[in-house]
Ligand binder design. Structure first.
Ligand code: DGY
Length: 319
């Protein structure tokens, strides 16, 4: 008998083909977003769940999962949607999909950085709405990226790829992480022992830390105040690491020139204050949304499931 897997969202065809070959999958062809109750009901006779970050596995949901569920193999690198402590306590294995989305996320990060600096939202709107009237030397003047200082908060796999891409723009790389990277990974990047120490060196700041209680609203009014006037902030990690009120206030006051955001608190009902700001470049949580990466995320989640059902330690176990 093949293990039964509850797949909560529509996955790429190649991933679903492999699921059908190796498992007895309960797929979601209509890509319906399940409520917590539906999730628990559908998990009734399954051996594992393959969810996305859109399904919240709170302690309460985990407590209500049937005892047969052995693993939650996430189709995501972030796993802040899973209460790992509760899963651990119930002996449920939790995995994620690191590495395979670092390139796609770094690409989107550079797009946010460039889009915010060069006023992409404003320019595109002018052209699309037929309100572009003229050209002049002072028209749509933005911030040059080349040669500027980039602060990377969270120097894990994604942060390190962002550093590489940013070096293509001759940026001077600064970073803060809880651990200092080895010299070969640093590749000349300047380490700061605290976020506070790094802030004054960031013409651009990009956030790549995991969302945990410790990083909740890490970018708050106090730390924004430490950035140079006119700095630009980019976030493609999780919305929870930013204090929205503080960021919106700084974008309105001119303390910050612009921001590029892909992630938000309470997606997709984001803080309404962002919608009216001309100096934000907004994307709908698509950093890993390339064909190559979405396939790779699915295969990585399946590799983890394969290990669980073969009695091996899954490569990407987080609980
Ligand atoms: C991730 O992998 O964490 C992305 O944000 C998509 O969920």
């Amino acid at each position: 008998m093949k293990p039964v897997i509850l797949v909560t969202r529509k996955l790429p065809d190649a991933v679903e083909d492999r699921l059908r070959r190796d498992y007895d999958p309960r797929l979601n062809p209509g890509d319906v977003l399940y409520s917590a109750d539906e999730l628990i009901e559908r998990a009734g006779d399954v051996d594992a769940i393959l969810p996305c970050h859109t399904e919240k596995f709170t302690a309460e949901v985990i407590a209500r999962l049937p005892g047969r569920v052995r693993a939650i193999a996430n189709f995501s690198v972030g796993y802040d949607h899973v209460d790992v402590k509760a899963a651990r306590a119930r002996g449920i294995i939790v995995t994620n999909t690191p590495e395979v989305l670092s390139d796609a996320t770094a690409e989107l990060t550079m797009m946010l950085l460039l889009g915010a600096a060069r006023r992409a939202s404003e320019g595109e709107r002018l052209v699309r709405t037929g309100t572009w009237k003229d050209w002049s030397p002072g028209f749509m003047v933005g911030t040059q990226v080349t040669g500027k200082r980039l602060g990377i908060l969270g120097f894990g796999r994604i942060g390190q790829v962002v550093a590489k891409r940013a070096r293509g723009f001759d940026m001077e790389i600064h970073y803060h992480d809880v651990r200092r990277a080895t010299p070969d990974l640093e590749a000349g990047a300047i380490f700061h022992p605290t976020p506070e120490a790094m802030m004054p060196h960031c013409d651009f700041l990009t956030l790549h830390c995991v969302s945990t209680p410790e990083t909740f609203r890490l970018l708050n009014a106090v730390r924004i105040a430490l950035l140079p006037d006119g700095a630009i902030v980019v976030n493609a990690s999780r919305g929870a690491v930013v204090d929205d009120e503080a960021l919106i206030g700084a974008l309105k006051s001119g303390k910050l020139t612009a921001a590029g955001l892909d992630v938000y608190t309470n997606e997709p009902d984001i803080h309404p204050g962002y919608r009216d700001l001309p100096n934000v470049f907004l994307m709908p949580h698509i950093a890993s949304a390339t064909k190559e990466t979405r396939d790779a995320m699915g295969f990585r989640a399946l590799d983890n499931l394969d290990a669980v059902f073969a009695g091996r330690e899954p490569r990407d176990r987080v609980a």
